[in-house]
Design a protein around this ligand. Sequence first.
Ligand code: SPQ
Length: 426
Amino acid sequence: MLRVRPAKKIAGTVRVPGDKSISHRAVMFGALAEGVTTIEGFLPGADCLSTISCFRRMGIEIEQQGDKVTVQGKGWYGLQEPMQHLDVGNSGTTIRLMSGILATQPFHTVMEGDESIAKRPMRRVIGPLRQMGAKIDGRKDGEFTPLSIRGGKLQSMAYQSPVASAQVKSAILLAGLQAEGVTSVTEPHLSRDHTERMMQAFGVSVVRDGLTVSVEGGQKLTGRAISVPGDISSAAFLIAAVMVVPGSSLLIENVGINPSRTGIIDVVKAMGGSLELQNERIVNEEPVADLLVTHSQLHGIEISGDIIPRLIDEIPVIAVMATQAIGQTVIRDAEELKVKETDRIATVVSQLSKFGGRVTPTDDGMIIEGQTALTGAVIDSMGDHRIGMAMAIAGLAATGETGIENEEAINVSFPGFEELLKNISQ
Ligand code: SPQ
C-alpha cells in the first residue's frame, strides 16, 4: 500500500518520466522504419514495455536500458508472424495503434491484455480498419479482446470519426501508410497529434487541413534519433500537488507542451493558478518547456467542449484540485472518461468521496463542490494508474494518513512516483 501523509509544503526542481504517448510511437515507428532508431528519455513504464515486448515477439531487436532504447528497424514488412499471442498488458495505445499496423501485415496475429483491456471498446478502431479491407475479429463482433487480425492489402479511405481519439486516428493513418491512395481522418475536435508529428520526423509527408489529416500510401519511414520530453500528464499530478498545498512552489523541467496536450495548463491558469513556461524550445517536432508552478488559491470553473481531448487524462487530478478551489467546478462533454482504464467518472466519484470530497457524477462528466476539507482514507486505485496518483495528491491535502491500495498500477505511466513525491514533500 502506498502511504501518503499531509504535506506542509511542496518544493524543489524535478523532472518527470518520458511522455507515454511519444515513447510508444517512437518504438513502433522505429520498428517499422528502415535503419536504426535511438530513443532517449523513453518511459520505462509497464505500458511502453508492453509495446517493446510485442515487437520483440515479431522479430525486432530492441535493446532497452532505463530510458535509453535502440531499435533495429527492418522496414514495414520486416516483422515476422509471432508464434504466440501478443500481450498488450494494460495499454490501450498499444492494442489500438498495433491494430492499424498489423492490419497491413501478411500474417495472422492475436492480441490480448489484462482485465481492464478486455472491457475497453475496440470496434471504434476495428470498424474503420474493416472498411479498409482488414480481416479482424474479436469477442462481440470485434468490440472486445482477444483480437484476431489477418492482415493484407488495404484500400484507402476518408474516415469521419465520431470521437476525438488519437488512438483511432493513429490506427487508421498507420494502416493508410500501406493502403493504395490517400487515407484521411476527420475528427470532431483535435485529439493529440503525436502520430502526425512523429510520422514527419521519420520522413513521411502528412497533410493537415483543419480537423482533417491525410497520408498517402506507400511512404517509407527512416530510422532516426528521438528525444522524448517529460510527460505533461505526469507533470499534472505535481502541478496539482502545488495547487492543493499552500506555500508550495516547484520547477518541473523538460515537459512536453504540445498544444493538443496542454489543456491542464489552460485550466490551472483559468482557475487562478500561477504557472509560467520557461526556456521554450522544439525537440523532434515537439514543443518543450520548463514549468514554474507556484501555489495560488484556485476558484471553480466550467470545463467543456474543444478543451476536453486536450486534458482528458488529467480530469481525475483536476477533480482533486477542484475540491480545494473556491466554488463549484463543472466538467461536461467528457463521456470518453467512461472507457478508459476504469470508468473514470465512477472511480473519481467513489474514491474522492472516501476523503469526504463532494462530487456528483453526470452523464458526461461531474460536478465538484469546492473548498471541501478532506480526511485521509484508504483508497483503491482500482488498477487505474491515474486514479491511484490523483488520490495520492488528494492525500497531501487531507488531514491524517491516506493509503492507496493496488498502487502498483502507477508503474503503468509513472515509475518512481512515490519516491519523487516524498522528495518534494516537506
Ligand atoms: O493507452 P491508454 O491505456 O489508452 O492510456 C490513456 C491514459 O490515461 O494513459 C487513456 F486511458 O491515455 C490515452 C489517451 O486517453 C493515450 C492516447 C495515445 O497515446 O494516443 C490517447 C488518448 O486516448 P484516446 O482514446 O483519446 O485516443
